[in-house]
Design a protein around this ligand. Structure first.
Ligand SMILES: Nc1ncnc2c1ncn2[C@@H]1O[C@H](COP(=O)(O)OP(=O)(O)OP(=O)(O)O)[C@@H](O)[C@H]1O
Length: 274
């Protein structure tokens, strides 16, 4: 497995200190993921660092979405651990696990808004369920989060009235409801036009650079990977394990051949010379 050094790992970071010096938010250790006897990926070991965008890429069916499901507590490992601080997400007591799961936000492809509620009500729901904030505070916070993602005027709208790009932004705003240090996104820009996709990239950059939010993002969009990702985790469908981890530009130059071939398709977007 190629692990290339991250030249930015000692840079000053908005969360304070340096990204490399801080304890990882998530430690994945020798994780094997399977459906019955069908092993999807084995022996995955990596960290999610504070304040980084970690992109997860690889060929179709290699297990990217399955990995996200393991990271957020939806699917137990066949082997190995997903650690949040000192806690193993799958061995923790139910109350600890519930608390851990409130430390991250999730905006998945299928994570559409509830159509029976307005956008604002959708935003307020997690706050009403998980905090003791008053109705007024929830509304204030929901309006703030919508403004953060550029949807200040959408509080009273029905989800059906939003465009594809706006729905994705709204899903991210809802994932931010409890001010998570970590956000999981599954193909955030899939199906968006280039302009909406670039706007979404900017939003993710803003979350990382200005709020210090860590983002783990499954993405097929090479332009987004080069624009956003501090590191790329590459899952190989053939060998069924990770074959590279590092900054995308480093992997483009020095990664294993399969990873270089994968990234080369996107280098043109980035003006990257080989
Ligand atoms: N519920 C399930 N039951 C059995 N096998 C599954 C299930 N979900 C996914 N798989 C299999 O696990 C493997 C990984 O699927 P996954 O959706 O995680 O891949 P992916 O990398 O996200 O794919 P894509 O890029 O096409 O979205 C695939 O072979 C898939 O067929």
């Amino acid at each position: 497995m190629t692990e290339l050094l991250d030249s930015s790992s000692t840079a000053e970071h908005p969360t304070g200190g340096t990204a490399a010096a801080q304890a990882p938010l998530v430690q994945v250790r020798e994780l094997t993921m399977a459906f019955g006897d069908n092993v999807v990926q084995r022996d995955l070991t990596f960290d999610v660092r504070p304040g980084e965008v970690l992109a997860v890429a690889g060929g179709s069916g290699c297990g990217k979405s399955t990995l996200l499901r393991h990271l957020i507590g939806l699917q137990a490992p066949a082997k190995g651990q997903v650690l949040y601080g000192k806690y193993d997400l799958y061995a923790a007591q139910p109350d600890v696990r519930r608390t851990l799961m409130q430390t991250f936000g999730v905006a998945f492809q299928a994570g559409a808004l509830w159509s029976s509620m307005t956008v604002g009500e959708n935003m307020m729901l997690p706050m009403q369920v998980f905090t003791d904030m008053s109705e007024e505070q929830c509304e204030q916070e929901a309006r703030f989060k919508l403004a953060l993602v550029g949807l200040a005027g959408s509080f009273d709208k029905e989800p059906a009235a939003l465009s594809g790009g706006m729905k994705k932004r709204a899903a991210i705003a809802r994932a931010l409801a409890l001010n998570p240090a970590l956000l999981f996104l599954d193909e955030p820009s899939a199906g968006l036009d280039p302009l909406s996709s670039a706007n979404l990239d900017e939003l993710i950059m803003h979350l990382r650079d200005d709020l210090g939010t860590s983002v783990v993002m499954v993405s097929h969009e090479l332009a987004s990977i080069f624009a956003l990702a501090d590191r790329l985790l590459f899952l190989d469908a053939q060998t069924k394990t990770m074959t590279a981890l590092g900054p995308p530009r480093n992997l483009l130059r020095e990664g294993p051949e399969g990873v270089r071939n994968f990234l080369r398709r996107g280098a043109a977007h980035d003006g990257e010379e080989e």
